[in-house]
Every structure is written in C-alpha cells, then in structure tokens.
Design a protein around this ligand. Sequence first.
Ligand SMILES: C[S@@+](CC[C@H](N)C(=O)[O-])C[C@H]1O[C@@H](n2cnc3c(N)ncnc32)[C@H](O)[C@@H]1O
Length: 356
Amino acid sequence: HRAWAATAPRIPSTRLALHHFDTNYSLQLKELWPSVRAGLLCEQKYGALLNNFSPLDYVTQELELLNATDFVSEALTQAETMIQAETSPPHRASISSNIKCYTFPRGDITRFRPARPDILGLLNYYLMDAASLLPVLALNVRPGDFVLDLCAAPGGKTLALLQTGAFISGCKRYLAANDISISRTKRLHQILRNYVPTEIREAVSVTSCDGRDWGQLGGGTFHKVLVDVPCTTDRHSVMEEDNNIFHKRRTKERQMLPMLQLQLLMAGILATKPGGEVVYSTCSLSPLQNEHVIERAVEIAETQFNISMHVEDLSHFRTVFQDTFSFFSDCRLGELVLPHLTANFGPMYFCKLRRV
Ligand SMILES: C[S@@+](CC[C@H](N)C(=O)[O-])C[C@H]1O[C@@H](n2cnc3c(N)ncnc32)[C@H](O)[C@@H]1O
C-alpha cells in the first residue's frame, strides 16, 4: 500500500491533454470539435514527399499503381483550369510546383511502405504529415533567396524547402537551418545525408542556437524565414505519454509556450529583409498559440521596432487544396487545417507576414 501511495494515482498526460482540449476547443470550434477530436484520436494520414534528388520514374509508377496521387500538382492543375475559366484570381504563380507529395484519396487509409534507397544510397521519399508542406508552399522560395529555417529539426520542412529546387550547388550558403536542440539537429543532419546529394547539402548551414537570439545575430539579411515553433503538438499530446507537454511537471513550460513562440516569431521578423516574408506555423489548434501570437508580434514590430508587417491573405490555399485537406473556415488570420476522419492530416496552422 505504501508503494502505491508513493507512486501516486497519476492521471495520464494524454488524459490531461484531452480534457484541456475538450474545454478549450469546444468553445473555439463549436459543433466541429467532436469530429476534429475523433480525427485526433485516430491514426493520422501521411504523405510521401518525393525526393527530387533521386530518380523518380519507378517510385511514381509504383505509387500511382497504389492509387496515390501528387496532391500538389493536382491542386495546381485544378487552379489552372479555374484561372482559364476565369472563376478564380490567378494565384498559381504564388505556389511553387517542384514539390511533389503523394497521398491516398480521401477516406483511403492505406499506409505507405517505408522509403527505399536508390543506387546512390539516397532515399526515394520522406513520410510526413502532408499538411506540413503548406507552410513551405506558402513561403514560396525562389532561386537566389536567402532562407532561414529558425526551428528546423528534425527537418521535414527543411527537406521540403530543398525540394523546391531553389538551392543550387555552390559555395554560398543559401539555407540556414537552425534548432536549439543538439540531439534533434543530429536527426536533421541524418535526413540531409539520407536525401540530399553532397553538392546541394553544401548550400545548407546547420546551427544549434537559441532562435530567440537570431535577430541580434544576423539582422535583416533573409528573403524568406520559416518559424515553425514548438507548440502543444495536439495530436501527439492526446496519443503519446512519451515526451508529453501536458505532463504535470511541464505545466510551467506549457504555459510559457505562447511567450516563447512570440519571441521566436519576433526574431524571425527581425531576421527578414524589408520586402521579405515570414511564415509562422504550429501543429496546434490553439488560437493562443496561433492568431494571438501573430497579432502580438505585428504590434510589437510596429511599436518597438518601427517595422510594419502585413498579414498576407492565404485564402486561395483553402480553395486550391480543399480536395486534400479540411480547412477551418473561421480562422481570423492565416489558415488552419483541421483533422478529419476522411482526411486525417494536421492540425496545422500557418500564417504569412510580409515586411513592408
Ligand atoms: C515543431 S518543431 C520543428 C519541426 C521542423 N520544422 C520539421 O518540419 O521537422 C519545433 C522545434 O523548435 C525547437 N526549439 C525549441 N525552442 C527553440 C529555440 N529557443 N530556438 C530554436 N529552436 C527551438 C525544438 O527543438 C523543435 O525541434
């Protein structure tokens, strides 16, 4: 009995997370919450991000036989048709098309087999939440852009940034990939080794600094900055006890997240050139970690740094990618992908700011 008393009756962190979300998200998402909740508690869906540095013929053929399709090119073709029919404004130009990501159709829960190495030893695809590509597509990197990925590890989005083809080989370091965690930057190095040829890898500089200090380090030098912050990782928090941010002893850390997110976004803003763009993203549904952080950052940039940030309209993403993802239609700023049983991606929040 004494041993029992000493080890508590402990409530699992996943239960605490679900309780917290039931309280908060039912207010925010109202009648949508039960369906989003069911999505969060069921197996998530993956996308296979093709590795453009590996020969693609065989792998695309194999994926197409399984009935998977590249959701990016599909969406862009559809957008093109809409433009031709003049039913929609021409947004195609603002979405990069080199990224290829295969997904199974809505309602199809088939899983991808693990990636295989090609003759050069590079893996042919990377399995990730397909919604994670939306922030990268929103950033729209162009050849010659200097890009900062402030919270980069384990590196799914860094890899997607490289797949745009905007980074050519040469001695210039075009892509700065940073993450405070040394163990996680090791995983980033591993992904780069497994997917990217040496000459392209040379365009990437990997660092492990506290992203909050970046503003002071290299102020205003980047054309594009991705700020993919640590958050309550809602899907992970309701499913896994391991490394759960809702653990009682991490309460303080969890409550401080919006502050950390704001500091990281501010550093990202300060690292951006005038005219440059920042994309902020989280994998949480929480407005406190999403829209509120954007609003506070815009306000602080204006009042404390005399920097004007314009929140870009990304509603065309909702139109273009509606067949693949289920978007929240009432997001005040930015866009939010909601988990849904027939399209179980996300949550993924993304918002784009332009430094005027
Ligand atoms: C959502 S994850 C990034 C995922 C990554 N972008 C990807 O697509 O694979 C957030 C990351 O922020 C890092 N992080 C936390 N605090 C940080 C800080 N102060 N500066 C930089 N990175 C930080 C964490 O180590 C974690 O790897």
